[in-house]
Design a protein around this ligand. Structure first.
Ligand SMILES: Cc1cc2nc3c(=O)[nH]c(=O)nc-3n(C[C@H](O)[C@H](O)[C@H](O)COP(=O)(O)OP(=O)(O)OC[C@H]3O[C@@H](n4cnc5c(N)ncnc54)[C@H](O)[C@@H]3O)c2cc1C
Length: 274
């Protein structure tokens, strides 16, 4: 294994431009669990981002939140202003792994890892996050909702680094994140759902029910229509259009679609908090 340790973003980008096979490493919490079983990973060249202090910062102003590429879950949990402005970020962060993972793991690493069961991605997507990608001195920004193209496939080409995630600041009438797992810590989601409603419309984002974390356009249209939803089963036709759950070691496809319907129904019918 070779480890490159750039001291600046410019140096990191030059290294990536010279060899697009280099693998960026942020907190390492996804990459390193793979090591015991993935021997190929031992011979790769890694780019350790941890000395790039400017990427660690997050910035909240009246219009947006910017999470630098090294911003961790713990940073959000500890920041009362961010937690108040984006409560679902804190809610998801508290449910990622346990404290050790929350302090090392990054939002950008969660996005780039592209797991369909990720907990950070649904809440970022429900807040209309955009992914800022940089290659040499070229920057592009892609909506997170359009970032994934298939299982573990994304619109990040090799050589591109995620520099930051950008979230617009809005007034929300409803914000919820629910993760269904076998236990409260150290559990991969059987399913997850993040829901927001603002002047920009409804966002319903589900995890563990498709090859990628995904927005659910049929559900969003149903909620926007104001059609009466009398029981969880009324949501199933839209859920079946939006998702493609599978049976796996954590759950069954049918459990996932039915529990998603129940979780959504409970969220939509619960008493609003003041
Ligand atoms: C015990 C344990 C429990 C966990 N529990 C959960 C959980 O409950 N929920 C959950 O969602 N995840 C969980 N994870 C997975 C992991 O912790 C998260 O996905 C975390 O956010 C990854 O961030 P990282 O900084 O550690 O990423 P890394 O491991 O450093 O990188 C992950 C991927 O992202 C790429 N990458 C990282 N930063 C960049 C960048 N700036 N630009 C381009 N590519 C980049 C890397 O090359 C790699 O492919 C768990 C992991 C462990 C080990």
């Amino acid at each position: 294994m070779k480890l490159l340790a750039p001291k600046s973003l410019e140096e990191a980008l030059a290294m990536l431009a010279a060899d697009a096979e280099i693998v960026p490493i942020a907190g390492g919490t996804d990459l390193l669990v793979d090591w015991p079983s993935n021997l190929d990973a031992h011979t790769r060249t890694y780019l350790d981002l941890s000395a790039l202090e400017p990427l660690r910062a997050h910035r909240l102003n009246d219009h947006s939140l910017v999470l630098g590429a090294l911003s961790s879950y713990w940073q959000v949990i500890e920041d009362a202003a961010v937690t108040a402005a984006f409560p679902l970020l804190a809610s998801a962060a508290r449910q990622v792994g346990a404290v050790q993972i929350q302090t090392r793991g990054t939002w950008a690493g969660n996005v780039a890892n592209a797991s369909p069961a990720a907990d950070g991605v649904p809440v970022l997507m429900a807040y209309d996050a955009r992914v800022e990608l940089v290659y040499k001195n070229e920057t592009e920004t892609v909506p997170l909702a359009a970032f994934y193209t298939g299982y573990k496939q994304m619109r990040r080409t090799s050589g591109q680094l995620i520099r930051a995630l950008h979230l617009p600041r809005r007034r929300y009438k409803l914000e919820r994140f629910v993760k269904v797992g076998a236990r409260r810590a150290q559990a991969i989601a059987k399913l997850g759902v993040a829901i927001t409603c603002s002047g920009a419309g409804w966002r319903v984002v589900a995890s563990s029910v498709a090859p990628t974390v995904c927005r659910c356009p049929a559900l969003e249209r149903l909620l926007a229509s104001g059609a009466p939803i009398r029981c969880p089963e009324d949501l199933l036709p839209a859920i079946d259009r939006d998702t493609a759950p599978i049976d796996d070691l954590r759950s069954t496809a049918d459990y996932r679609r039915r529990v998603l319907a129940r979780v959504l129904f409970a969220t939509l019918t619960e008493e609003p908090t003041a």
